[in-house]
Design a protein around this ligand. Structure first.
Ligand code: SF4
Ligand code: SF4
Length: 215
């Protein structure tokens, strides 16, 4: 029948409207911002930079490889690589971002930057209350504003954070095992080799005494 879809839709709306007066679970709206929904774990808005430890700048995981900058479709990431280096999570000296900006007014929340980062250094935040009338002043975020601790990542995306933490711990264990093996090999190379290493080795005969001459 022509228009039956419209009638079905109106009936559903009427059912929910009346039902919301009878059963609170029928309410389809909440009184935001006084009430807030629990966000789904895979909610994503804009990226942030992860740091470890207490110092946001010293603990930034980003090594300024600039892969995310190259791969970002709308090119809203801007990085300037440092001139010096600092140790990364496995202790290897790496560059770090002297500048790391993201223009949130251009970012389309695609998460490609997260997917391509080899260092678990950039993740998607769930923060959405970012509206402002100052497009350039408030939505162009700098390194200090983008940096958030790993505990924040663990809180908003616990499953992803557990995978990420395990990957970094595995990297670290591998690097430590390699360093220990290298140190052992170097130590062994420094010990002088023994002249005889087996029972079959040549033995030095005792010194011969003077010949017994007839008196
Ligand atoms: S989420 Fe997408 S658009 Fe936004 S910074 Fe990352 S790669 Fe660029
Ligand atoms: S966030 Fe990741 S991909 Fe982007 S520059 Fe830093 S280390 Fe490289």
């Amino acid at each position: 029948m022509l228009g039956s879809g419209i009638l079905k839709g109106l009936a559903e709306t009427a059912k929910n409207f009346v039902g919301s007066y009878i059963d609170e679970s029928g309410l389809t709206t909440i009184e935001y911002p006084d009430e807030r929904q629990t966000l789904a774990e895979n909610t994503r808005q804009f990226p942030f930079l992860v740091f470890d430890g207490d110092d946001a700048m010293k603990g930034l995981r980003c090594v300024s490889c600039q892969i995310c900058e190259k791969e970002c479709p709308p090119q809203c990431i801007f990085i300037v690589k440092s001139k010096d280096k600092k140790p990364d999570h496995v202790g290897k000296p790496q560059f770090y971002p002297a500048t790391f900006d993201i223009d949130l007014s251009v970012c389309m929340s695609c998460q490609i930057c997260v997917e391509v980062c080899p260092f678990e250094a950039i993740k998607m935040d769930t923060e959405f209350e970012l509206s402002t009338s100052d497009r350039f002043g408030q939505l162009l975020l700098h390194k200090g504003q983008l940096a958030k601790p790993n505990s924040h990542f663990q809180e908003i995306h616990p499953t992803d954070a557990a995978v990420s933490d395990a990957a970094l711990a595995a990297d670290k264990a591998k690097a430590e095992a390699k360093a220990a093996a290298d140190a052992k090999a170097k130590a062994e190379a420094g010990i002088p080799r023994p002249l005889a290493s087996s029972p079959e080795a040549v033995t030095i005969p005792p010194a011969l005494g003077p010949p017994n001459l007839p008196m």
